[in-house]
Design a binder for this molecule. Structure first.
Ligand code: TRP
Length: 336
């Protein structure tokens, strides 16, 4: 615990184009809770290479993501915002934790099974041990809480198991993290298939609103969103497409579902879809402008990147040295 605050760790991959779902479901909440905790928000570029990446694209996306964290409202002086690959302790602890993780445990990971099926030509060992690197991320900073979506819960469970296993052998080395279950982030579904989560890897680009979409594109995608033939604006599971649009509108405007239903009572889907588009654009366009403004300030960003990597490295190495000592690696010899 630092300055009486608990520590929070989370990260996002710089693969694919971030969607409105990533923003409303995760990033926006990160900003809301950032005052309460000592926060480490990483751009987890080392996780990204578990599937093949084009080097220039990876570099560009990682920088865009880091800039987006700041543009969304995470103050980089108060939150540690950094690239995972800039802190080598992640790789070092991951190796050690690999030796405390069982094949059987990793074999049960549903995300591994899904990704292995999707990338059958490249089922590499990194894809298999992905959760161990994630455990290293979290445990290095002695994080108390980790905000993640449902799809990452299993990885958080294995992180807890690894931490407890290690602690039971060597004493209380790691804080055992809890999943952060605060105010639920909005769960945003695909605009084309409301039974699926809005995803950056969706093959149909009309299903997702990307954070970098311009206003015309946003309006068009909202207008084309799949609804139903009832023609009545209600908030109900029987109208999943409409329900998703109401959820998006709520998340963008802060209104409740009841308020939205009342606001559009007696009006058609066309009107409502246009209002959803406007509400989304009112959030994303300023975010894009701020992102572009920050991206143009190379000196500022480079300074943030350097300082935060150092800060992250300081905490991470503290934990790593403790772990190395506990497991019996020879002590470093300092110059007299
Ligand atoms: N695996 C996470 C995802 O794809 C990203 C991630 C990597 C992460 N390390 C983390 C999230 C540590 C939380 C904590 O969403």
């Amino acid at each position: 615990m630092l300055d009486g605050k608990k520590t929070l760790f989370s990260g996002m991959q710089a693969t694919g184009n971030l969607t409105l779902g990533n923003y409303l479901g995760a990033l926006k909440n990160w900003v809301t809770i950032s005052d309460e905790y000592n926060c480490f928000y990483s751009v987890v570029d080392m996780h990204s290479i578990t599937v093949r990446q084009d080097p220039a694209t990876l570099r560009k996306r990682a920088r865009t993501l880091l800039t987006l964290y700041i543009a969304a409202g995470l103050d980089p002086k108060r939150n540690c915002i950094y690239y995972q690959s800039h802190v080598s302790a992640h790789a070092e602890l991951a190796w050690i934790l690999n030796c405390f993780t069982y094949m059987g445990e990793l074999n049960r990971m549903t995300q591994f099974k899904d990704k292995a099926a999707k990338h059958a030509d490249n089922i590499n060992a990194g894809l298999f041990t992905y959760p161990v690197l994630m455990a290293a991320d979290i445990l290095l900073y002695q994080a108390d809480v980790v905000p993640v979506g449902i799809d990452q819960m299993q990885h958080l469970e294995i992180t807890r198991d690894i931490a407890q296993r290690f602690n039971s052998v060597y004493g209380e080395v790691f804080t055992v993290p809890e999943v952060y279950l605060g105010k639920v982030g909005a769960k945003i579904m695909s605009l084309q298939d409301p039974s699926k989560k809005m995803s950056k890897s969706d093959e149909n680009p009309n299903g997702s609103i990307y954070l970098m979409d311009d206003k015309d594109t946003i309006m068009r995608k909202c207008k084309r969103a799949v609804t139903d033939s009832e023609g009545v604006i209600r908030y109900s599971d029987e109208q999943p497409g409409l329900k998703n649009l109401i959820d998006i509108y709520r998340a963008c405007t802060g209104k409740t579902a009841d308020e939205v239903v009342r606001e559009f009572d007696g009006r058609g889907y066309g009107d409502f879809k246009a209002a959803v588009g406007e509400a989304v654009a009112a959030i994303l366009v300023p975010l894009q402008e701020e992102q572009a403004r920050l991206a143009a300030d190379k000196a500022y960003l480079d300074g943030i990147i350097r300082e935060n990597a150092e800060r992250a490295g300081y905490y991470a190495n503290k934990t790593l040295r403790k772990v190395q000592k506990k497991i019996g690696f020879p002590e470093r010899v300092r110059k007299a």
